[in-house]
Design a protein. Structure first.
Length: 168
């Protein structure tokens, strides 16, 4: 019987010149990846459709898309609920928007820093009924929340309310 022994591993020594050479070779790739990640972050959603009863659509740029639970929503999205339908949207600052039947809103602006709770929120209520429960932006900086209807602006003084916009 023969015993097999492993060769002792030798420590690898890298001088500072070698480390700088490796960093220099990989730096352009790292910069490219950071640029791509930053661009992806800017196109990332502002929230998620949490619940859907019935049917709804989202108008995004020039496309009309069906809504489904779990899908992301983006800045600029116009969400339209169908007859006898309800759509629950949760934004990333924990703001909750629940559209009633035949309702429509647009998320015009949403910026949120989860570390400092700083941000801006602007939503236009265009038609129908929407229940709003404000999230961290509304609780920490109510002046940074702009909620509008076709005829009025809404000031945030509480954290939960209902908006009813009659069709014109």
């Amino acid at each position: 019987m023969r015993a097999i022994t492993a060769a002792p591993s030798a420590p690898v020594h890298c001088g500072s010149a070698t480390i700088l050479q490796i960093i220099g070779q990989r730096l352009p790739a790292l910069i490219f990846l950071l640029a791509v990640a930053t661009d992806a972050w800017s196109t990332e959603g502002v929230g998620t459709v949490k619940t859907l009863t019935g049917s709804a659509t989202v108008i995004r740029e020039s496309s009309v898309l069906p809504v489904s639970a779990g899908q992301p929503v983006y800045r600029g999205d116009r969400i339209v609920s169908g007859r006898d339908s309800y759509v629950g949207v949760m934004l990333y600052d924990d703001t909750r928007l629940t559209l009633g039947p035949s309702s429509e809103l647009q998320i015009r602006e949403f910026e949120f820093n989860p570390s400092s709770y700083a941000g801006d929120l602007a939503v236009s209520f265009l038609k129908g009924t929407v229940r709003v429960v404000t999230g961290l932006i509304g609780k920490n900086a109510p002046d940074n929340v702009q909620l509008t209807t076709p005829t009025a602006s809404i000031g945030i003084r509480g954290t939960e309310f209902v908006v009813d916009v009659e069709a014109q």
